[in-house]
Design a protein around this ligand. Sequence first.
Ligand SMILES: [Zn+2]
Length: 437
Amino acid sequence: MDKILIKNVTILTMNKNKEIIENGVVVIVGKEIIDIGDSSLESKYKDFFIIDGNGGILMPGMVNCHSHVSMVPFRSLADDEADRLKKYIFPLEKKLVDKDLVYNGARYGICEMLLSGVTTFCDMYYYEDEVARAASRLGIRAIVGETIVDFPSPDSTEPYGGLEYCKEFIEKWHKDELVTPAIAPHAPYTNDSEHLIEAHMLSQKYNVPLIMHVAEMDYEYKKYKEEYNMTPVEYLDSLGILDKNFIAAHLVLVNDKDLDILQKREVGVSHNVGANSKGAKGVAPVVKMYERGMKVGLGTDGPMSGNTLDIITQMPLVGKVQKLFNKDRTLLPSKNIVEMATIGGARTLNMEHLIGSIEVGKRADLVILETESVNMQPIYDYYSTIVYSANPSNVDTVIVDGRIIVRSKKILRIDFNDIKRNLLNMKDKILCMIKEI
Ligand SMILES: [Zn+2]
């Protein structure tokens, strides 16, 4: 099915002028969008597979700029406990994280993303070769970053063994169409400066992304102030590792000078409002970042941190938290938030030439939101409907790279029940293990 025509939709192009086309048509050949217009286009294209959008909203596929998708088996565990990371997660990860858990967790999490309209995600965890495999099989676009830490990790018994894994992993995947390998030093405080520089050199050598949690934790901020009289951003900049390939997650504890540095170095930002608020981390200055024209996208963080992997539930939080915190309801209009969820995310990941908007020549990564459900009417403003009315269950159809992956709210070509059974088996294993720790 390499010729698809989508009709009877309102197209939110998210192009430079944010054009909206009512009763629109999008034509796809192979992986690419080849034509966009009004309903008169339909008669021009014969023998195309027709998708009737039934009056729904066609938008670019959403981009999840930060996740740890394989942590889904741990979701909702000890959510409200202060010391859950040390008490539960680290011991469980030590005992349970292996190739199987990473692969099967990734399969489930990727299904969750696809069913909610995420067509590209950026991941960071261990055994990322398994995440890459799952992404490739399920047909989602992904940046997958192998975690590097200064101590033995689940997939490397030697200190800093992750770097060797990473070299092989990048070699294996760096020519893949859908999966982009990356190097992911976990955070400034879990890697010494020498290894951060080495990781950056690897990112430069292969021209692959470098993903890191930055300026997220109070103790991180304190450490760099005490040891270097610098902010975490100033410290990273002093190592010379901030550049266009750098994708920074969180950036909660940043000041105006930090933003100057990040903007100058063209660092991509993943704003993870759900995880930041649930973890009581603070409010990131995302309005300032957006207004400066920085590369800002949205991320969920891991399913333990934010309990979800979809972007639709992040969008209202972005607006509400900023409006509440700044006591100003005019901040961040919905259009800007949809921008962050789509083309903004694409910019953060340096993929804006390929994805993030509905334009001729771009890859066909598309989502249809149905407007029949009770929560979706009336519509006065399409952006506002997406941000404040929609939920993930309104996603009807998802196309990635010209392939129909979700139709009528069902994931095609795979047995989701099998994936779900697998997840529930992992849950049983985790419950047994909890009794032992
Ligand atoms: Zn994270």
